[in-house]
Design a protein around this ligand. Structure first.
Ligand code: DX5
Ligand code: ZN
Length: 231
């Protein structure tokens, strides 16, 4: 079953003007973003370094939109609490970023935050088997993590379709709903493919922030598609 609602759009501030992050966040809020996607990289788990909890805390004043925090750091466990305190709403982690994924997700939930699991292109779907009861979001990477502006890896569409089925079965058996988010190389064309495959939330950096603030509303709208028509 494909979600008939418009997908949530989560602009990745990795593609924003880092010298003006507060203003950029206000601009995407006004432009109709649903979540703010924040990519946290440590130069070790992925080959790039971005921002940490102090910056996220200072950005918290610029919007009431949920902060969708994607942690690409290892080991991840010692930093979870700091991101929760900084104002994250969803905290998503890669199975490879710590020794005990179930414990990491429990820690996020115990801090009253939404817990997400992130699957890299080479990470198998069965990583979600034993944790589906404690996740609020499954994030499928359609690029290898570390950089914005990469090409969408279309082999991941089958993974999105399979996870859509798993989530629908889970919900039909009485399980809580789980967001299916896709991250990497999303533009007006690939967003449609991801939605057709069953995604209900889309991360986009380059496609949202290109052209500057005057273009953000149009850029965001172009990613939504007419999801009700897709199968
Ligand atoms: C990659 C990040 C993505 C990235 C997406 O590691 O997780 O969120 O910023 O950027 P685009 O939309 O430019 O592919
Ligand atoms: Zn991301």
């Amino acid at each position: 079953m494909v979600n008939s609602l418009s997908p949530r759009i989560a602009p990745s501030i990795l593609a924003a003007d880092f010298a003006n992050l507060g203003k950029e966040i206000t601009a995407i809020d006004i432009a109709g973003a649903d979540w703010v996607h924040i990519d946290v990289m440590d130069g070790h788990f992925v080959p790039n370094i971005t921002i940490g909890p102090a910056v996220i805390k200072s950005l918290r004043h610029y919007t009431e939109l949920p902060f969708d925090v994607h942690l690409m750091i290892s080991p991840v466990d010692p930093m979870i609490e700091a991101f929760a305190e900084a104002g994250a709403d969803t905290i998503s982690v890669h199975p490879e970023s710590g020794p005990n994924l179930h414990r990491t997700l429990q820690t996020i939930r115990n801090l009253k935050k939404r817990a997400g699991i992130v699957l890299n292109p080479a990470t198998p779907i069965n990583n979600i088997d034993q944790v589906i009861d404690i996740v609020d979001l499954i994030l499928v990477m359609t690029v290898n993590p570390g950089f914005g502006g990469q090409k969408f890896i279309s082999s991941q569409l089958n993974k999105i379709r399979s996870i859509r089925k798993i989530i629908d079965q889970h919900v039909s058996k009485g399980g809580a709903s789980i967001d299916l988010e896709v991250d990497g190389g999303i533009d007006a064309k690939t967003s449609k493919l991801a939605i057709q495959a069953g995604a209900d939330a889309l991360v986009a950096g380059t496609a949202v922030f290109s052209g500057g603030p005057d273009c953000y509303a149009e850029n965001i709208n172009s990613l939504r598609g007419n999801s009700a028509n897709y199968q």
